[in-house]
Design a protein around this ligand. Structure first.
Ligand SMILES: [Zn+2]
Length: 178
């Protein structure tokens, strides 16, 4: 068996906050490059990319207690690593707030999901995370065409929902027809 990038899984390793984080990378037998640069931050690049390739950010855990998307993301990562899931887009997977997840709480000081605007905030845990994530997102999209950029930020409903599954599009701009 090929060596894995993870001791247990992307999710379990991310949540092991007692263990010191070390950046690591590997290439799968399919030529997919997997780079774990920070705790909970994994970039995967397929062997072939062209100008039409998509650059997709899949984030979860912005609210620490919304665990279902984290399991989903971890499973996707496992399937990419094993070669079961064939990758044709460059992706950045983010499990955003392991400390809150470990405490079974949505956030510690402030709701992280409210910190991605341009309003100034006093410094706290979530403000620092938001700053870090914004820098990562900017770096990931650097040099890519805007029409090829996607960001799927996965959440769970905390109250009973009329729809089992729904999607809210960012109000900042409208996505192209593709
Ligand atoms: Zn949420």
């Amino acid at each position: 068996m090929t060596k894995s990038l993870f001791r247990q899984s992307f999710l379990k390793d991310t949540l092991e906050t007692e263990t010191e984080f070390t950046a690591k990378s590997l290439s799968t037998p399919d030529g997919v490059k997997m780079e774990l640069s920070y705790r909970g931050v994994l970039e995967v690049t397929p062997k072939h990319l062209d100008k039409d390739s998509k650059h997709i950010i899949i984030s979860c855990g912005i609210h620490g207690d919304e665990t279902a998307p984290m399991e989903l993301v971890s499973k996707m990562v496992e399937d990419i690593e094993s070669g079961f899931l064939k990758l044709n887009a460059r992706c950045l997977f983010i499990i955003a707030h392991p400390e809150a997840t470990n405490r079974f709480t949505r956030f510690i000081d402030e709701n992280l999901n409210r910190l991605f605007g341009n309003k100034p905030h006093s410094v706290n845990r979530e403000v620092a995370i938001a700053k870090h994530l914004r820098a990562l997102v900017d770096k990931f999209y650097q040099g890519t065409d805007e029409s090829c950029r996607w960001h799927l930020d996965l959440h769970c409903a905390i109250r009973e929902s009329k729809h089992y599954f729904f999607c809210c599009e960012s109000s900042f701009k409208t996505r192209g027809k593709k």
